[in-house]
Design a protein around this ligand. Sequence first.
Ligand code: AMP
Length: 300
Amino acid sequence: MKITEYIAALRENINEAREQGKTVVLIPTMGFLHYGHLAMAEDARKQDEDHEKIYIIMSIFINPLQFGPNEDLDKYPRNLVRDSRLAHEAGVDMLFVPSVEEMYPYGESLTTVNVSKITDILCGAYRTGHFQGVATVVSKLFNIVLPDAAYFGQKDYQQFIVIQQMVKDLNIPVKLIAYPTVRESDGLAMSSRNSYLSPEQRKQAPVLYRSLLDGASMIASGENRPEVVRERIIQRISTESEGKIEYVEVRKANDLSLVQRVNCTVVIALAVHFGSTRLIDNIIVEAQKDVEKHDEIKDS
Ligand code: AMP
C-alpha cells in the first residue's frame, strides 16, 4: 500500500492504475479507522483479491469545513500509524492523507458546494454549515481522484442522501455505493466518536439501536403513525439512559421528506448526546404492505 499527502503524487498513481485498466474506487474517511470503514475496503477488495482490476483509494482527512466552532475538530481522534496498518490489511492500494494546506491552499475556499433544503433538516438543523463542508470536500475529492465508484456508510444516512443529490444535480460521473451500518456486538453503531464515551456512557449507548429496532418492529406490526413510533423511541432512550435527545424523526427514506403515515420505506433517524459526545444512528424500515393498501383505499 502506498501513502501520500500530495494531490500530484496521488494523481500520478491513479493514472498508472487507469492505464492498467483498473477501476478506481474511493472511500473517504476522517480516519481513526474502525471496522465500519474497513468493511467498505474489504467489500471492494473481495471482488478483486489479486489487485488486478480494482484500485482502492482511502482518504483520511479531518475536514475543518464540516465542523462548527463549538464542535470537536481539535480533539477528533487521530492515529495514522494504526490507520495505515489497518488500511493495508483491508486491501487498500493507496492512502491519501492530505494536510489542510494541501486541500485548502488558499485558506478559506471561496467556492463551496451547497445542497439546499435536505441539508436544513435532521443533523443539518443542529450543525449549521456541516453539509456544505461535506459536499465541498467530497466534490473536491471526486475531482482529485475522478473515481469510478465511491463508498459511503448508511450510518450517516443524511450525508449519503445529500451526496446522492449533489452527484445527480451536478452530473458527477461516479457510482455511489451505500454500505450498511457496521455495529458492535451489542448493537452500537461503530464510530470514531465512540472513543470519547466514558465506560458508563458506553454501557448505555446501545439503547439507541434497541430503540430503533423497537420502532421498526412497531411499524412491522402495523403501526403507521410516525409520532407514535417517535414517542416510543424517545421514551425508551430517556428512561434507559442519560442521553439527551437532539432529534428523533421518521422520514421518507428516498428524499427525507416528512410522512403523515408510514406507507412507504422510511428512515428512523436520531441524534443523542451522551455528555459532550454526539452520536447518530438510523434504521430503514419498509412499510407494511397491507397498511399501504389500507391507506391507498382511504386516500382515494
Ligand atoms: P467518518 O470517518 O466518520 O467520516 O466516516 C467515513 C465513512 O465511513 C462515511 O461514509 C461513514 O458513513 C462511513 N461509516 C462510519 N461509521 C460506519 C459504520 N459503523 N458502518 C458503516 N459505515 C460507516
